[in-house]
Design a protein around this ligand. Structure first.
Ligand code: NAD
Length: 245
């Protein structure tokens, strides 16, 4: 029997990609919401999971209602403030939530490889993260880049203040314990991410390029099929793919 879901942000680029991917993923979009629609308990009645690809301020109220109605959630939206992230995370005590800044299998592996590289290569290998997205993207850096920053910071035990977003003017020599982050915007780029480890005499670059939103849509629907079988808690795409060792 197909999995019946509620989709928040159905009119958006990702909402449409999810609608297109649903039949092939064994999913039926039973209810749809977008900006201006009433967000209330009846929207959650009878659905097995709720999927959010909307806007950062919409996620917490959506997840709160999902938790009240005991409906598991998949969050794809990015760009949340620290306060929003804290509020959303608290609902994971009541329902299972999969929350990933990027639902592609390739980026889930990129995260894994970046963690390994940041651990194996010493601080002499300077880390720079470069991402590029389409001209309409609202947040910067991307949720995927934020995750890569977090991974490198944890692996290298660096403070939040070590992250520099772009450079301009007389910035001086680059400190060893710095992570440079650069967000490029233009055209219809679906999503490119590169993590550079620049050492003396060699440079390692890990790059992922998304050319279709279908990869995020199919990953999010895979997560929806998975989340309905889980206990309350906060999960990532690495959990869905069984990558956690
Ligand atoms: P979009 O702007 O094309 O679509 C967003 C949709 O959400 C629009 O239809 C908009 O009307 C709707 N919306 C805005 N406020 C709302 C509200 N309060 N309630 C309900 N709906 C509301 O954007 P998009 O490219 O579809 O991306 C949506 C989100 O998903 C963004 O945060 C984006 O960064 C993120 N994203 C995540 C992944 C991933 O794999 N996690 C992949 C692509 C995009």
């Amino acid at each position: 029997m197909p999995l019946s879901i509620l989709l928040n942000g159905y009119q958006g680029r990702m909402g449409q990609a999810i609608a297109a991917a649903a039949p092939g993923a064994g999913v039926v979009i039973a209810r749809r919401l977008d900006a201006g629609d009433a967000l209330n308990a009846p929207a959650f009645a009878g659905v097995k999971a709720a999927v959010d690809f909307s806007s950062h301020e919409a996620t917490a109220p959506f997840v709160r209602l999902a938790a009240e109605n005991k409906v598991p959630v998949v969050i794809g939206t990015t760009g949340h403030t620290a306060a929003e992230r804290k509020e959303i995370t608290a609902f994971a005590k009541k329902i299972p939530i999969v929350w990933a800044g990027n639902y592609s299998v390739g980026v889930t592996l990129l995260n894994f490889l970046a963690q390994r590289a940041a651990t194996v290569l010493n601080s002499g290998y300077n880390v720079e993260i470069v991402e590029m997205h389409h001209r309409d993207k609202k947040d910067a850096p991307s949720g995927t880049a934020e995750k890569l920053i977090e991974i490198v910071r944890e692996a290298r035990k660096l403070a939040a203040g070590s992250v520099v977003h772009g450079r301009h003017g007389l910035v001086g020599a680059r400190p060893v314990d710095q992570i440079g982050v650069h967000a490029l915007r233009g055209g219809d780029v679906v999503g490119d991410h590169t993590v550079i480890f620049a050492g003396n005499g060699e440079r390692l670059e890990l790059t992922h390029k998304a050319s279709s939103r279908a990869i995020f849509a199919s990953g999010a629907l895979l997560a929806a099929q998975w989340v309905v079988l889980q206990k309350p808690g906060l999960y990532g795409m690495d959990d869905v793919l069984g990558l956690k060792s």
